[in-house]
Design a protein around this ligand. Structure first.
Ligand SMILES: Cc1ncc(COP(=O)(O)O)c(C=O)c1O
Length: 474
């Protein structure tokens, strides 16, 4: 079938309810995530109708350059490309077929592709978002020990400032009081060890990276020494904690945690949902960290950012403990309606092929060097406390020094500007400048689509300079 014929076969959706223009009232029906709707309903919010390259375009025609990779997942931007084409093609061939009792081709092909990349992993379980991929990981870890006749190894050890999603179990392992306090009664009890961020996020931190690693390791080992007979797995983000304050792990931290897990017979469960497939300049982050997970999760960039799909990978050692007769009840009791969605799997396959064809990881590394050079300028800005950067992940920590007395000075995080919290401030100021940026607490982040060309990365960096300069002058 030639291209013209192919497009003729796709039904047009013009003049349907999807394309009709919106009234002011229509816009008030949607409840937005992490949003105070009382404020939202008073604002004139950008309603995005389409994309052009790496720009999102609103209903009134204003263009915004994407500096957040659509919540850290976009790779190739918004214009037509082979991944979108693969989704279209797959929808025409087989729009959905369940993995309950049946197989489908794209889910098998993706498994073979992914398991070649994720060295040491042997099996894949599909779900449809990062939080549920992590839930699956936790269920696998706990049931592994139960099936192995160690039912008391049923609790989890996680890191301070970790983030793994918003479902009940993932809130439990990534507990942040400010966000999750209302749901506390629903959460499970977990052990919690300090992470490098526990020290780095302190404005007065004077410890070196290697001192921070030693302290974290010592405290983690203490917990494992006392409690490993109750701990099924240690859960952590791989390479960096992003939501918990853009904290990039110091050298050897993850490697040594991995060694500790082996020493105390505790599974290492890595979350590469935000850091896998290029964000930190590596395809598979745990390999570059010389760590050996027993379970690892991917989502976000895995499919280019076009389809809700995520995966939990594990080893044969773990998988084999789930084998037995039906009435032994050793099987994994987990499944979603859209598990292994053929169009999502097709998107991932073509996305990963494009990484190879376009040598994306090398492009990310080259752009990362460029960004590093450009960010140096920020060292002279008076509101900038620290710059955190690896690959295409940037966090600019804002703080200011105040004179308490002629001899005494105090540093304070800049989490509010003109009485508005930094996150809303940065969003508004960036949108005004035709760019989409966000912040986390007092950290302005730059998390662009992974294939964004250098001239557009420069626009994002210039905008950050401009906004922080304006903050300096306040
Ligand atoms: C490290 C990490 N894990 C898990 C998740 C949850 O993924 P999702 O939002 O797809 O549920 C996120 C989301 O930002 C994340 O950054």
């Amino acid at each position: 079938m030639d291209k013209k014929e192919y497009y003729r076969k796709i039904p047009k959706i013009n003049n349907t309810s999807i394309t009709k223009s919106l009234s002011f009232l229509d816009k008030k029906y949607v409840w937005h995530p992490y949003t105070q709707m009382q404020n939202w309903n008073k604002q004139d919010n950008a309603i995005i109708t389409h994309g052009e390259g790496f720009y999102l375009v609103s209903e009134n025609g204003k263009k915004y350059l994407d500096g957040i990779a659509n919540m850290w997942c976009s790779v190739w931007g918004y214009s037509s490309n082979p991944v979108i084409e693969a989704i279209r093609r797959q929808f025409q061939e087989l729009p959905h077929s369940t993995l309950f009792g049946l197989g489908n081709k794209p889910s098998i092909l993706l498994a073979t592709k992914l398991l070649k990349l994720a060295k040491g992993m042997n099996k894949i379980f599909y779900s449809d978002n990062g939080s549920t991929a992590m839930e699956v990981a936790l269920k696998i870890a706990v049931q592994y020990w139960k099936n192995k006749q160690f039912p008391k190894k049923n609790r989890l050890l996680s890191l301070e400032n970790g983030y793994h999603g918003d479902t009940i179990a993932t809130m439990s392992i990534g507990y942040v009081d400010r966000y999750f306090n209302p749901y506390k009664s629903l959460l499970i009890r977990t052990y919690r060890a300090p992470a490098p961020s526990s020290f780095e996020n302190d404005l007065y931190n004077v410890l070196t990276d290697s001192e921070i690693v030693d302290i974290c390791l010592e405290k983690t080992e203490n917990i494992l020494q006392k409690n490993s007979k109750h701990i099924a797995g240690l859960v952590m983000e791989s390479g960096a904690q992003i939501a918990g304050g853009v904290s990039i792990y110091p050298k050897n931290y993850q490697k040594r945690i991995s060694e500790l897990c082996k020493k105390y017979d505790v599974l290492l469960i890595l979350d590469e949902i935000a850091t896998g497939f290029g964000r930190l300049g590596n395809m598979i982050e745990y390999l570059s960290q010389s760590s050996k997970p027993d379970i690892v999760c991917y989502g976000k960039a895995l499919n280019g950012g076009y389809f809700p799909i995520a995966v939990t990978l594990t080893t044969d050692e773990i998988y084999n403990k789930f084998l037995g007769e039906y009435d032994e009840n050793k099987q994994l009791f987990h499944g979603h309606t859209f598990t292994g969605h053929p169009a999502g799997c097709a998107a991932c396959i073509v996305n990963l092929e494009m990484y190879e064809k376009r040598n994306l990881i090398q492009q990310i590394r080259d752009n990362s060097k460029h960004i590093k050079k450009r960010l140096k300028v920020l060292e002279d800005y008076k509101s900038v406390h620290k710059i955190r950067h690896k690959g295409l992940l940037v966090g600019v920590e804002l703080a200011r020094e105040y004179k308490m007395s002629p001899v005494k000075r105090k540093k304070q995080s800049l989490s509010f500007i003109d009485g508005v919290d930094l996150s809303n401030y940065i969003m508004k100021e960036s949108l005004k400048r035709g760019v989409l940026l966000r912040s986390l607490g007092n950290i302005v982040t730059l998390i662009p689509p992974l294939a964004m060309p250098r001239n557009q990365l420069d626009i994002l960096i210039d905008t950050i300079f401009d906004i922080i300069k304006a903050i300096d002058e306040k």
